[in-house]
Design a protein around this ligand. Structure first.
Ligand SMILES: Cc1cc2nc3c(=O)[nH]c(=O)nc-3n(C[C@H](O)[C@H](O)[C@H](O)COP(=O)(O)O)c2cc1C
Length: 334
C-alpha cells in the first residue's frame, strides 16, 4: 500500500487524541476527524502477539483513509513479535507506531508489558529497536512518570535518555505514576496525582527531546498553556466524552479558519458511512455509541441520546429514522 505522505506525521503534533481501549476505534476516530482535521489520532492498544496470531488482521488494522494522520499503538515485550507488527503497520499505511509503556492493567502487567516495562529500560530499548529497524515509520512511546517505588526523577531521566538513544522520536508522558498493585486501571487514571512539574523538569533537562504531556487536559485554554512548556498535548477522556467541545482545535491551535460545526452537521456528513456500515449487516450501535457523545450541553440532549440509543441497541435505527432525529437537532439550532 502506498502511504499518503501529504498528510503524514510530523514530530511536532501539537494536539493528539489519546489511545483508549474500547473507545478510539475507527468509527470514533472518523467522528473526531470531522471535528479536527489536524489532531493526531491513535488506535486503541493492539497487542503485537494477538495481531500476529489472529486470522482476522483486518479487524485490528483497518481504518478509514480520512483518519490520517494516524498512529497505531502496540503493546508487547517480544522484539520478534514487534518486528512483524511493525512491518504490518507500515504495509497497512499507518503514519506512526507508538509503543505502550503506560498501561497498568493486571492482565497487561501479567504479560510483563505496559507500565511494568518502565522497570526494564533495556528491554524497552530492544523493543523500540525492533520496531525501528523493521519499518520506515517514526517510533514514539507513551509512558508514565514512574511505577510503584520506581518513581525517582533520575530513573525517569535515565529511562527517557536510554529510550531516546534506541531511536524514539516522541515521548508522550501521562503525568502520573502507576501503581501496579492495589489500583485498577480506572483508579490509576485518577488517584495518583498529576505531576506536570516532573515532566516539565524532564523537558528542561532534555530540551532536544520531543515531549508531549498527557493527563487532565479538559479545555483548549489549558492545552494552549501546556504548549508553552511542552511540544504537544494529548487529550483523552475529555475528547471521548465531549468531542464537540474540541471543535476549535484547528482554529485555536493551528490557526485555521474557525468552522462553526454543529452536531447535526457531523451526523449528516456521516450518513453515507453509517448507511454503508448497515448495508454490511453491521450494527448501528458500533457507531452510535460514540456518536451520541457529540450531543451534550444542549436542552433535551439526554432525551435525544436515549432515543437514538434505544433504537440503535434494539437494532431498529434505520437511516431514515436517523435523518428525522438529526433534522430535529438541526431545527433546534444544533
Ligand atoms: C477507557 C480508556 C481506555 C484507555 N486505553 C488506553 C490504551 O489503549 N493505551 C494507552 O496508552 N492508554 C490508554 N488509556 C489512557 C489514556 O490514553 C490517557 O493516558 C489517560 O486517560 C489520561 O489522559 P486524560 O486525563 O486526558 O484522559 C485509556 C484511558 C481510558 C479512559
Amino acid at each position: 500500500m502506498v502511504r499518503d505522505i501529504s498528510n503524514s506525521i510530523s514530530k511536532f503534533h501539537k494536539i493528539s487524541i489519546a489511545p483508549m481501549m474500547d473507545c478510539t476505534d475507527k468509527h470514533f476516530r472518523l467522528i473526531m476527524r470531522k471535528i479536527s482535521s489536524r489532531a493526531l489520532l491513535y488506535t486503541e492498544m493492539i497487542v503485537a502477539q494477538s495481531l500476529i496470531y489472529t486470522d482476522n488482521k483486518e479487524k485490528f488494522l483497518n481504518f478509514n483513509n480520512e483518519e490520517h494522520p494516524l498512529s497505531i499503538q502496540f503493546g508487547g515485550d517480544n522484539p520478534e513479535h514487534l518486528k512483524e507488527a511493525a512491518k504490518m503497520a507500515q504495509d497497512w499505511g499507518y503514519d506512526e507506531i507508538n509503543f505502550n509503556v503506560g498501561c497498568p492493567s493486571s492482565r497487561v502487567s501479567a504479560g510483563n508489558f505496559g507500565a511494568s516495562l518502565m522497570n526494564h529500560p533495556s528491554k524497552v530499548a530492544r523493543c523500540i529497536e525492533a520496531l525501528k529497524n523493521n519499518c520506515d515509520l517514526p517510533i514514539t512511546i507513551k509512558h508514565r512518570i514512574g511505577v510503584d517505588n520506581n518513581d525517582s526523577f533520575s530513573n525517569l531521566n535515565n529511562f527517557v535518555r536510554q529510550i531516546s538513544n534506541a531511536g524514539t522520536e516522541r515521548f508522550t508522558i501521562h503525568a502520573r505514576k502507576a501503581f501496579l498493585k492495589g489500583l485498577n486501571p480506572k483508579e490509576n487514571r485518577n488517584i495518583p496525582p498529576l505531576r506536570y512539574d516532573i515532566v516539565e523538569r524532564l523537558k528542561n533537562e532534555n530540551p532536544r527531546l520531543i515531549i508531549e504531556i498527557n493527563g487532565g487536559f479538559t479545555d483548549i485554554n489549558k492545552c494552549i498553556d501546556g504548549l508553552k512548556i511542552f511540544d504537544g498535548v494529548m487529550i483523552g477522556r475529555s475528547a471521548y466524552k465531549y468531542p464537540l467541545r474540541w471543535k476549535n482545535i484547528d482554529s485555536q491551535i493551528y490557526g485555521e479558519k474557525f468552522l462553526p460545526l454543529k452536531a447535526s452537521d457531523i451526523i449528516f456528513s456521516l450518513l453515507p458511512y453509517i448507511e454503508n456500515h448497515l448495508n454490511k449487516k453491521k450494527k448501528s450501535w458500533d457507531i452510535c455509541k460514540h456518536l451520541i457523545n457529540i450531543v451534550e450541553s444542549i436542552p433535551n440532549a439526554k432525551k435525544w441520546r436515549n432515543k437514538i440509543s434505544l433504537l440503535s441497541i434494539n437494532e431498529t435505527l434505520s437511516i431514515e429514522k436517523l435523518i428525522i432525529l438529526t433534522d430535529e437537532l438541526k431545527s433546534m439550532g444544533y
